[in-house]
Design a protein around this ligand. Structure first.
Ligand code: BYC
Length: 335
């Protein structure tokens, strides 16, 4: 029997059709060997359903984080202290919309439609980073978010440029370059405040006090010593704890340069490990935020729903234009 069905698994999945019925040991071992040999998996390649699901979950959560992450910053656009700061903030928010776009596109190559992913976000079914459920009541937060939140994001995402799934890895290259600019602009905002008046320095310290611990939680739950399936499949290259430690070691000296104090009485340099020891992370708070939406979770989803509804005419216009172009090209091709 010859098959004329040249669609990828992703396309079949998107059309609601069943995929491979047997994922036997030989198939799984052959897939693992490809990964171990350093192969990059592309959308048309065979892959275990769990690999596809894990990536779809991670990439879409990542995309949602970018889009929801625009909201706390959007609140400051009209209140930024100068035209220059307003322009920089707008550019950063626009970058984040772009990141969301690449990431939804990368996730779509795995066979889930963007509309379905967005519906899961708006219904509260899908997760997004816990960090964006925290309020940002001060201008200093726009600096601290860039410095710490984008700083944590880059630490987490640079290894993702070598993720085994090609479309995600390639999207990450540009995302990391832009996040790196975001981190530096955030540090610059905090530097100006920390070197400004006593009141400005107080604002910077107060913001660091609130955002430090939630930024450490961005790396996810403690998983020291575990080699997860994600790591075996080279979706993740390092454990959450390893990346969190990398971030802490890079960030503590940056706070010292600014004369700001990390809000952790147990923070100390560990000579033996060549690394900082920290106090206990409040994991009850972390799981509480994941389960309950945190202080601003409900507001973020409400605001996102409003933005989605307000954007309906743009999506309809873009779809109508695409359809018109398609008809035009088909007519030319038929001549
Ligand atoms: N928030 O087994 P684990 C950004 C979930 S923002 C919410 O360790 P995994 C930006 C986790 O998803 C950064 N949920 O999971 C910066 C899992 O859920 P399920 C967004 C979290 O996937 C500035 C469960 O808890 N970056 O870029 O191996 C402005 C168990 O965790 C969190 C990414 O998403 C959390 N903090 O590791 C704008 C990077 N932590 O399976 C935007 C890509 C854990 O129960 N993602 N969970 O549904 C990753 O690298 C990984 O997914 C994580 C977690 C390190 C976050």
């Amino acid at each position: 029997m010859y098959s004329t069905d040249l669609r990828t698994d992703a396309e079949k999945k998107s059309a609601g059709e069943a995929l491979r019925s047997v994922e036997d040991a030989a198939f799984l071992a052959a897939f693992q060997k490809r990964i171990d040999d350093g192969a990059i998996i592309e959308p048309k390649d065979d892959m275990p359903e769990k690999y596809r699901k894990t990536l779809t979950r991670q990439i879409s959560q990542h995309a949602h984080s970018e889009i929801i992450g625009m909201l706390p910053e959007g609140n400051w656009v009209t209140r930024a202290p100068s035209l220059k700061r307003k322009m920089i903030l707008l550019a950063k928010i626009q970058d984040e919309a772009g990141h969301g776009l690449y990431l939804y596109s990368a996730a779509e190559t795995l066979g889930t439609k963007r509309d379905d992913m967005v519906a899961d976000l708006l219904s509260g079914k899908a997760k997004y980073s816990t960090i964006f459920t925290y309020p940002t009541p001060s201008w200093a937060d726009m600096g601290t978010v860039g410095w710490l939140v984008d700083g944590a994001a880059i630490t987490n995402q640079i290894p993702l440029c070598r993720c085994s799934y090609g479309p995600y890895a390639r999207a990450m290259v540009r995302v990391c370059k832009e996040e790196s600019f975001h981190q530096r602009q955030g540090y610059e905002v905090v530097t100006v405040l920390a070197r400004g008046t006593a009141e400005q320095k107080k604002m910077a310290q107060e913001s660091l006090d609130r955002i430090w611990w939630p930024s450490l939680m961005m790396f996810g739950p403690s998983d020291a010593g575990q080699v997860s399936q994600n790591m075996k499949w080279k979706i993740k290259r390092h454990s959450n704890d390893e990346l969190r430690q990398r971030f802490i070691d890079a960030t503590v000296p940056q706070a010292e340069i600014l004369g700001l104090k990390i809000p952790d009485p147990d923070l100390k340099w560990n000579e033996e490990r060549g690394s900082y020891d920290i106090g206990e992370i409040n994991w009850d708070e972390f799981w509480g935020v994941i389960k309950g939406g945190g202080t601003c979770g409900k507001m973020r989803i409400r605001d996102r729903k409003t933005a989605h509804k307000d954007g309906e005419w743009v999506r309809a216009a873009a779809a109508a234009y695409a359809e018109k172009q398609e008809r035009k090209h088909s007519a030319i091709a038929a001549e």
